[in-house]
Write a protein that binds this ligand. Structure first.
Ligand SMILES: O=C(O)c1cc(=O)[nH]c(=O)n1[C@@H]1O[C@H](COP(=O)(O)O)[C@@H](O)[C@H]1O
Length: 277
């Protein structure tokens, strides 16, 4: 059974559950703060606890694949279980894998995360367009076919991103603007929201590019990286309604208490609603 388009599913989740994505980022320091070992058992308990606390109430959960991959195949098995359980509890899962490769290899990455037959099947995946936006074609096509989403890095939250993303092409168009323009073309005609999103850091002083892509705008950088929900209207302007604010450490540090994790997530949902009022 093919899913409804990701953009429609996301819009509904944001409207009913509140506008928030929580990252599942099992940093070694967080495992230790939770009284867990930096090992497979710690990873398993951490992920299970986050899913139990948040998957039935938060719109989007975003596992960061690297934190699982560092434990090898057994860590990836924990990731598979987390994705499956989170989706079963009603959260949309955005796999933060940031993959990007030549088109033919990109097709395999797309299958890994967006083919319903795969054990890591997710609602959406983060990708890097810096081998050229066209190299993402297999992921864009498979996502469209399966009712999934793709989030391409446009203006990332880290200060180093600008040297590539703000660079101006031979035609005078900044690289990030070109990524956003091509995402907008993928989303043309979609309602209520397209399935092809951009990652735009909440930490930016000023986006300085057209963010009206008729698609979701994932905004990491809130909390541990210094941005707040109150910054979003300034950075995103009228497109703030399509922002999916993303918080990892500043929610996760409240664990392992399930009520405290829930309270932290709820607080961020409230702060977003307040900021865009
Ligand atoms: O794609 C992302 O999610 C992402 C893009 C970006 O520009 N900046 C960024 O921080 N992220 C991810 O968002 C999460 C941020 O975590 P916290 O800083 O702990 O909230 C990490 O998993 C990052 O890999």
């Amino acid at each position: 059974m093919t899913l409804a388009p990701f953009g429609a599913r996301l819009r509904q989740a944001l409207d009913t559950r509140g506008q928030l994505c929580v990252g599942i980022d099992p940093h070694a320091s967080l495992l230790s703060a939770w009284g867990l070992g930096d090992d497979l058992a710690g990873l398993e308990t951490f992920s299970r606890t986050v899913v139990e606390a948040l998957a039935d109430r938060v719109a989007v959960l975003k596992p960061q694949a690297a934190f699982f991959e560092r434990f090898g195949s057994k860590g990836v098995a924990v990731l598979e279980k987390s994705v499956e359980e989170a989706r079963a509890a009603g959260a949309l899962v955005l796999m933060d894998a940031k993959r990007g490769d030549i088109g033919s290899t990109m097709a395999a990455y797309a299958e890994a995360f967006l083919s319903p037959a795969g054990p890591l099947f997710s609602d959406a995946v983060t990708v890097s367009p810096y081998l050229g936006f066209g190299s993402l074609r297999p992921a864009l096509d498979l996502a469209r076919e399966q009712g999934c989403g793709v989030f391409a890095l446009a203006l990332t939250s880290n200060p180093e991103g600008a040297e590539v993303q703000r660079a101006v092409g031979a035609d005078g168009e900044p690289v990030a603007a070109s990524v956003l323009r091509q995402l907008a073309a993928e989303n043309a005609g979609a309602a209520p929201l397209g399935s092809f999103g951009a990652v735009v850091g909440a930490t930016l002083a000023d986006a300085g590019v057209d963010l009206a892509i008729n698609g979701p705008l994932l905004a990491p950088g809130i909390g541990a990286q210094g941005a707040t929900m109150a910054d979003l209207p300034r950075v995103f302007g009228a497109s703030v309604i399509n922002v999916v604010p993303s918080v990892s450490r500043d929610v996760l540090r409240h664990g392992p208490s399930v009520p405290a994790l829930r309270e932290a997530a709820e607080r961020f949902v409230g702060e977003f609603a307040e900021a865009v009022k």
